[in-house]
Ligand binder design. Structure first.
Ligand code: UD1
Length: 385
């Protein structure tokens, strides 16, 4: 059986690593081998946004890199479709696998179906019900076109059933990204937090003489267009964090390239740059980020993946969004994440009243490290029923 999988951006990489390992395990134990071809669209291309993850997570070099780079959504999706169509012609796979919700999967899903290929989507069924989010559009299209839908939780199953997806297409397998977290946690644990800070200071910014301590800092990430592309919105967040949070507790802020460009464009970089307790870092590798997450007092983020990682680690997570496609991570559903939306004051009230009791890990059903193996089993049975 031949499988082509498509990745493009940072959050895809920690999800494809366990899948590739599970294929290798299958091939070592079975006569019917899987011939796997990994295609990288090249949406993320900086070393820190891509190669670092391949190296740290032992993902083999992509067999094909489409090198589509940055651009508008239409440019990224259009270029990927044009190039990926040629890959399908060349490789003629039995199954095409797309993962997550970035632009690569929208392009991959449409191209695969136009070429009448069997399409599988890992992380299917997540819904924010917010069509202003580019990822929501990507998820809906990929799920609508997929023949095999791998869901991370039962809420996702429900969403798909509500949309009329036939139950036999849906496979509840758990969260593949948590396979990576559970496997890599020990490697992260041995890293020293101040050493991480020292190694990753944002280039060309004066290093601050500040030491952080376990549970004595807040980890912040921001990259959603809805938070960082509008000057007023970004300014409000940055001002709030610097005055109401960073004045009391150090804030470690690894900066995504989109956010960095906008901080400069809107003249906001100087606010965080001159603040003595705002620690600005380059985008972090997997283990460095995981280690900081494990030791943070709390995480402030608009990332979906971090909401999940915080849930498993038991780190209080304040999500700077009005909605989430990952409700299983919310406090009311047993997780750790609180949706803050525009109500930034909520962070202050909750953050400064955290106690030791607030750090409670929660593993939703089947977030057990074996998701990738379940996926490979379904795929092999699908081709040899
Ligand atoms: C993309 C995903 C988002 C995911 C995020 C994680 C979509 C629609 N969005 O958003 O779901 O959460 O990745 O990072 O697919 N840039 C660089 N170097 C790079 C890549 C990008 O400098 O290696 C800069 C470019 O100026 C680019 C900007 O960052 O224009 C945004 O990158 P893009 O890939 O368009 O979207 P992300 O915001 O990263």
């Amino acid at each position: 059986m031949k499988i082509v999988s498509l990745v493009g951006a940072r959050p895809n990489f920690m999800k494809i690593a366990p899948f590739i390992r599970a294929i290798e395990k299958h091939n070592n134990n079975n006569y019917n081998k899987i011939n796997h071809i990994l295609v990288h669209t090249g949406q993320h291309y900086d070393i820190r946004m891509s190669k670092t993850f391949f190296d740290e997570l032992s993902i083999p070099e992509p067999d094909i890199n489409l090198e589509i780079g940055s651009g508008t959504h239409a440019e990224q999706v259009g270029k990927t479709m044009i190039e990926f169509e040629k890959v399908i012609w060349q490789t003629n796979p039995d199954i095409i696998v797309v993962v997550g919700d970035v632009n690569a999967i929208l392009a991959g899903a449409i191209t695969a179906k136009k070429e009448k290929k069997i399409l599988a989507h890992i992380e299917a069924g997540l819904r924010s019900f917010d069509l202003t989010m580019p990822e929501e559009i990507n998820r809906i299209v990929a799920d609508r076109l997929s023949d095999i839908l791998f869901t991370p939780d039962k809420i996702a199953n429900k969403n798909l059933l509500n949309e009329g997806v036939s139950p036999e297409k849906i496979h509840f397998v758990g969260n593949i990204m948590i396979d990576t977290l559970l496997k890599e946690k020990n490697k992260a644990q041995i890293l020293e937090i101040n050493d991480i800070i020292k190694r990753n200071f944002l280039k060309n910014i004066q290093e601050k003489e500040i030491k952080i301590q376990e549970r004595g800092f807040v980890l912040m990430t921001l990259h959603r267009p809805s938070n960082v592309d509008n000057k007023n919105v970004l300014e409000r967040i940055i001002n709030f964090i610097s005055i109401d949070i960073a004045s009391y507790i150090p804030v470690v802020f690894p900066i995504h390239p989109r956010t960095f460009q906008n901080l400069i464009k809107f003249g906001l970089l100087k606010i965080v740059e001159k603040h003595p307790q705002f620690i600005l870092l380059e985008p972090l590798g997997y283990h460095d980020m995981l280690r900081l997450n494990m030791s943070a007092r709390a995480v402030l983020t608009d990332s979906g993946g971090l909401q999940e990682e915080c849930t498993v680690l038991g780190i209080p997570c304040f999500t700077l969004r009005n909605n989430t496609e990952r409700p299983v991570t919310l406090k009311e559903n047993g997780g750790v994440s609180i949706l803050v939306g525009n109500n930034l004051e909520k962070i202050k009230n909750e953050l400064f009243s955290l106690t030791d009791e607030s750090f409670k890990p929660y593993l939703p059903e089947l977030w057990d490290g074996n998701t990738a193996e379940r996926i490979v089993k379904v795929l092999t049975n699908f081709s040899n029923p």
